[in-house]
Structure formats: C-alpha cells, structure tokens
Design a protein around this ligand. Structure first.
Ligand code: SPV
Ligand code: MN
Length: 658
C-alpha cells in the first residue's frame, strides 16, 4: 500500500493539544455557550469531538456556532454573513454577493500542497510539503487565527446518506460565506453523523480561516491537505475552491481512497452526471470529465435528468452495473457565457425569483442587479466588480482592459432550483446506472467532436490523454497542458497508481454491464480545419447531438465507423440528430469535423508517451494502446497522406473489414 492512513503526527491534534475525550469535553464546556454545547452533546463520535476541540483550541475563536442544517441555523449563517460583510444583499430576494480579493479569483495552485510523510510519493504534477514543515507553518500562522471571530462548525455528507460511496465530513471555518456555500452545496447530516461515520468507516475534516482577509496576507495563504489524516487546512484566502474544502480538498482524499483502498470497487472523478431521454422514453445516464472551465456544467444541463455538474463517486454494484452519485447537492458554476440560449435552466434559476443564489465576482449595477460577460443581455456601462468601481473601458495601470466580470465569476445555487434536476435519481443511495463515460478538454486542433473507444483499455487511454488549454480557474495558469482524466489537479498520488486503478476498474469481471467510453471535443476551430479564424466549428447546442449519438451507441442503436482511435459517427445519423434540434448539418461541416489530421494525432500520442515514459510504473497497457493506435494511423497516412478525409476513413474501415 503506497498510502498509509493515520501515519505521522496528526497536526491538528499536535497544535490543538487535546488528546483525550475528557480534555475535549472540558474545552468545549469552557469555550461554548449552552446552545452550542447542547448541539455538540448529540455527537458521540470521539474522533469527531477531538477534531472539533482541537480546531477550537488551535484557532482560538471568541465564539463557536454549530450549524445543524435546521432552517433556523441556516438563516443565522446568512444573517451573520450579511452583518459581517462577507456577503451583501442584491436586488433579488434570497440573492447575495460575495467578492474575493482581486488577486484570489481562482484556485491558488502555487500555494496548494499535499502534506506528506518522508518518502511518500505524490503526483509529479502536484506540490507537496513535508509534515514537519506544514506543522511549523500552521503553528506559526493558523494558531490563534480566529481570535475576535466566531468559528462555525457543520456536519455534512458527500453524497446521499447511506450510499456506498458517500462520506461524511466536518466543515470548520470562520467564514460565514464558506459555511453559507456549504449549506447550498452539500447535504447536512448532523442528525445521522455518528451513524454515517460508523457506516462509512471514516470522515473528512476541513479547517479554514480567512484571517483578516487582506491582500497583504495572500502571499501567506495556503491550502494544505493532509493525506494521512484526511484533514485540510486553509488560511488567509476566501475563494471557495481554496476554502470550501468539502469540495476539491475532500475530493482529493476520495481519489486516494479509490486508488489505494477501494481498488476495483470505486472511482472518484471530476465528472458531471446527467441523464438523456432516448427512444421510447428510456433514460441513459452519462458521467463526463472535463477540466475546470471547459463546459462541464453546460454539458450536464443539456440532459433531461441533471444530477451533478462537478464531481462523481462511481462504484460497481452487486448486479454488475456501474453506479454514480453526486457528492454535492448544488452547483458552484462559472457564469461567463451563461445565457438564455446556451443554458436555459440555469438562467431561469438565476434570473427568476425563487432560488437562493450566492454570486461571486460578477458586476453589480446601481440597482443591485448582477451582470456577467456573455449573459446575452444588454450590459450596464458601470458598476462595482471584483476590482472595485468599474466602467466600460476601464484598464489596469499597465493598460490591460478590466473585464466587466472576472472570467471565473460564479454562482452558487442548490440543484433543486434547476429545472431539469432529477432529485429522485440524485438522492437515490443506489446511485444512477451509468452507461456512458466521456472525457473532454479544450482542444482546438486535434480530436474530432466525438469518438468511442473500442474497449475498456482504449477508454482508459482516452481519459489518460486529455490535453487542454488553460482556463481562468487557476491563478496564473497559461498555455496548453496535460490534464489526464481532467481529474489531474486532484490526483494526490503518482499518476501510475491512479491509472492502474482505472484499468482494473473498467476491465473488472465484476463490471458485467460495461459502459461505453468516449472522447468529446467541442473546441475545434475553423483555422484548424483549413478555414479562417479561431471561431469554433460548432456551437454549444451541438452538445445535445454528440450526447444523443452516444446515447444511441450505448444501446447498440447506431452503427459507426471503425478507426485506429475508436468509432466515429456516420454522417446520416448525426444529420438526423441535428434535425431533431432544428439545425441543418451540412456534409461539409461533418467532413471538416471528422477528417483526421494525422500528424496532430500522432504528435499528441508522442507528447503523452514521452511524458508518461518519464514516470515510473506506468502500466504497459497504456504504451501498448498508443503503439496500436500509432500503427493504424501511420498505415492510414501511408495510404492517404497526412489529412484523411471522412470518405477515406470510411474506405479504409470497409477494406479492413473485408
Ligand atoms: C473547478 O475549478 O474545477 C471548480 C471550482 O469546480 S473549484 O471549487 O475551484 O474547484
Ligand atoms: Mn471542478
């Protein structure tokens, strides 16, 4: 086992200094009022009480508030947030606005570390810090950080209570905005916390404080994730991706569990979950990965039965099916380009009264109405945004234009406010049955809009080979980079271990109803296919067609063209699906989208292969698949040249069949 749990010093306990239940009780009695004590008295799990007591002891708040998830407690959190100024009201009822500091509009990957024991391997693409060093840092900067503030404690479940892959978690924070966000994004489990910990066999702990929330503290901000003790520490920051570590912090721990402790049983993925209604009213569920900021929310919303837009816990059920739950119950979605045409369900939730919404880093006009770039509405020419006062044409001192809203500005909203949310499916502890897995990235010039792997090995390789342009979701990110499985930023251990777990899972004999595994790419440009300009070859609404084709393919209802990289759709089938969304689909567009620019594909394979060859223990199957694909592609190139038309692809497929 390459990851040993409970190894090394538990930093929270070490700094907090509380070792026994008696000490914990004494501290709680000294530090909490009667109401809080009464709430905590319902919790009997010793480990949880020790974590809570140590978090109080370490951060030293003036007061402690337990959020049980009752309507009254949630209201209190909102009121506290407005009073404290972490949020302010906006015009629409139940909507509020929160700004993160201008320098912290996304995940601070340069200050995000896994806490590791000596000689513990981590992903080559991640940063790590030794346990002793992290301990020292937290002792210096986090001890006493909550003085003058109230520490909020919540008990949550990552998934529907009772689901095999659901895990309870503690959120401990001084930030009312973080707790309010947790109220919207996660299921409270206060009443069943002890029982859930017993059932799951573990829980995650998250401790956060924004401290004084000043730009000058930001260099000292840290996101530390202790893999051994499944505890996160976050300080001097507010952006939810850095602070609400129930989300990506705990997702990383869940990836560790799936990779090292639940092999061939579970996967923990950066995937949306959505259902599509196919012929005869059948429902087919998809789980799809895409790097942050690459359209995952939009894709999920295209379904008739939306379940989740960011994370999926998958497992093999006793009946041999692949099941999935969403650990979340709300969305923290990017709002740029969300408009009536592209995201009708989301825009309704955001623009019509009825939903509770936290807006972050958008522009607010003088009437208290939020606006964002690409909302399809007339935009105001002034207001207040993440940089302060804003007016059309405003530039920063170096002359760069300041956008109306930050490209990573977001909305936080509960899923039940989204029109196509299938709450029954999403809350089912048995999960939904997944028949299609997709992987995609922001790829302007290489892969076609959709292709399906020949077998599970090829499917795993599609996931391992995601390459994507940088997005605004990480501070300082630029260029194009490898994003294996789109889960890469959240894989703590070596990619080889994760990959091995993927091969094992998707090839498992226990998985008798295997999903189809596909690649998706909506980002091909005109210039990459012989045209002009960087405009996209398709539109957002085409997503419905690509998913619709996969829905048919999963049920064996459409034939496909076999190629060295997998199966691609036939023109006639897509034409019909486009007609269903009321759009013509010219054959020339199909020819552009599905022609193979072989040198690009070969270069992609070489790039991935070279990168993986530098890492130890990468399963040889990956290289076998690359080799097989390279051979097939080179044979095509030898026959037809570097650009292979769809007619030639079809001809080659037919001749290989004869
Ligand atoms: C992402 O960036 O992938 C998100 C938002 O879903 S964050 O909480 O920052 O992870
Ligand atoms: Mn995400």
């Amino acid at each position: 086992m390459l990851l040993e749990l409970r190894k090394g010093k538990d930093i929270l306990a070490d700094i907090g200094g509380i070792e026994t239940l008696e000490q914990a009780q004494a501290l709680l009695e000294a530090r909490c009022d009667q109401e809080t004590l009464a709430k905590l008295n319902r919790i009997t799990n010793q480990d949880a009480l020790l974590k809570i007591a140590n978090a109080i002891s370490m951060t030293d708040p003036d007061a402690v508030f337990v959020n049980t998830g009752s309507a009254a407690d949630k209201r209190r959190v909102r009121i506290m947030s407005l009073a404290k100024g972490e949020e302010c009201p906006v015009a629409m009822r139940d909507h509020t606005l929160h700004f993160d500091l201008p320098q912290e509009q996304a995940r601070i990957i340069d200050r995000t570390f896994y806490i590791v024991n000596p000689d513990e391997p981590t992903s080559v693409l991640a940063k790590s810090v030794l346990r002793d060093e992290a301990n020292e840092y937290l002792r210096t900067h986090m001890a006493g950080i909550a003085r003058g503030m109230t520490l909020l404690i919540g008990f949550f479940s990552r998934g529907p209570v009772g689901a095999k892959a659901a895990i309870p978690a503690l959120e401990i924070t001084t930030s009312t905005y973080v707790m309010h966000s947790a109220d919207i994004l996660y299921r409270h489990v206060y009443e069943q916390f002890d029982a859930e910990v017993e059932r799951a066999g573990l829980f995650f702990t998250n401790v956060h404080s924004e401290g004084p929330n000043r730009p000058e503290d930001l260099p000292n901000a840290r996101v530390f994730m202790d893999r051994s003790w499944q505890t996160t520490f976050s300080l001097f920051c507010t952006y939810a991706g850095n602070t609400l570590l129930l989300k990506k912090g705990n997702h990383r721990f869940a990836v560790d569990l799936a990779t090292y402790y639940r092999r061939e049983e579970e996967l923990s993925e950066h995937m949306f979950i959505t259902g599509l209604t196919g012929p005869g009213g059948r429902k087919t569920f998809f789980a799809g990965a895409a790097p942050s900021g690459c359209g995952k929310t939009t894709t999920a919303m295209v379904g008739s039965d939306f379940v989740g837009d960011d994370l999926a816990q998958l497992w093999i059920a006793a009946d041999g099916t692949l099941r999935a739950i969403n650990p979340e119950a709300g969305i923290f979605g990017i709002v740029r380009d969300v408009n009536q045409e592209s995201d009708p369900y989301l825009i309704t939730a955001l623009r019509e009264e009825g939903a509770e919404v936290i807006w972050t880093n958008v522009l607010i006009d003088e009437h208290g109405v939020p606006y964002w770039v690409g909302n399809g509405e007339p935009l105001p020419d002034r207001g207040v945004n993440f940089q302060g006062e804003w007016w059309a044409g405003k530039t920063s001192p170096d002359g760069t234009p300041i956008p109306l809203s930050h490209p990573n500005s977001r909305c936080t909203v509960v899923c039940t406010s989204i029109g196509n949310y299938n709450e029954t499916a999403a809350e089912d502890p048995q999960g939904v049955k997944v028949s299609v897995i997709t992987y995609s990235g922001r790829d302007s010039d290489t892969m076609p809009p959709v292709w399906v792997a020949q077998n599970p090995d090829h499917g795993v390789v599609i996931g391992a080979s995601v390459l994507s342009a940088a997005t605004a979701t990480e501070v300082g990110a630029k260029g194009v980079r490898r994003q294996p499985w789109a889960n890469e930023p959240f894989i703590p251990g070596p990619l080889a271990d994760y990959m091995d777990a993927q091969f094992l899972f998707f090839n498992s004999d226990r998985l008798t109803e295997k999903p189809i595994i596909a690649g998706l790419n909506y980002f091909l440009t005109h210039e990459a296919r012989g045209g002009e300009g960087s405009g996209l070859l398709g539109e957002k609404r085409d997503v419905k067609v690509w998913l619709g084709w996969l829905e048919l393919r999963a049920h064996g209802d459409v034939d496909a063209i076999e190629t060295p990289i997998g199966y691609i759709p036939k023109y006639e089938d897509l034409e019909k699906l486009f007609a269903e969304i009321g759009k013509p689909y010219p054959k020339e567009l199909y020819d552009k989208q599905f022609a193979f620019y072989v040198d690009n594909i070969l270069a992609r394979i070489t790039l991935q292969e070279e990168a993986y060859r530098k890492e130890p223990h990468i399963p040889s199957r990956l290289f076998d698949v690359y080799q097989e694909q390279r051979k097939g592609l080179e044979a095509l190139k030898a026959k037809y040249g570097p650009v292979i038309s769809t007619a030639q692809i079809i001809e080659a497929a037919q001749s290989s069949r004869c």
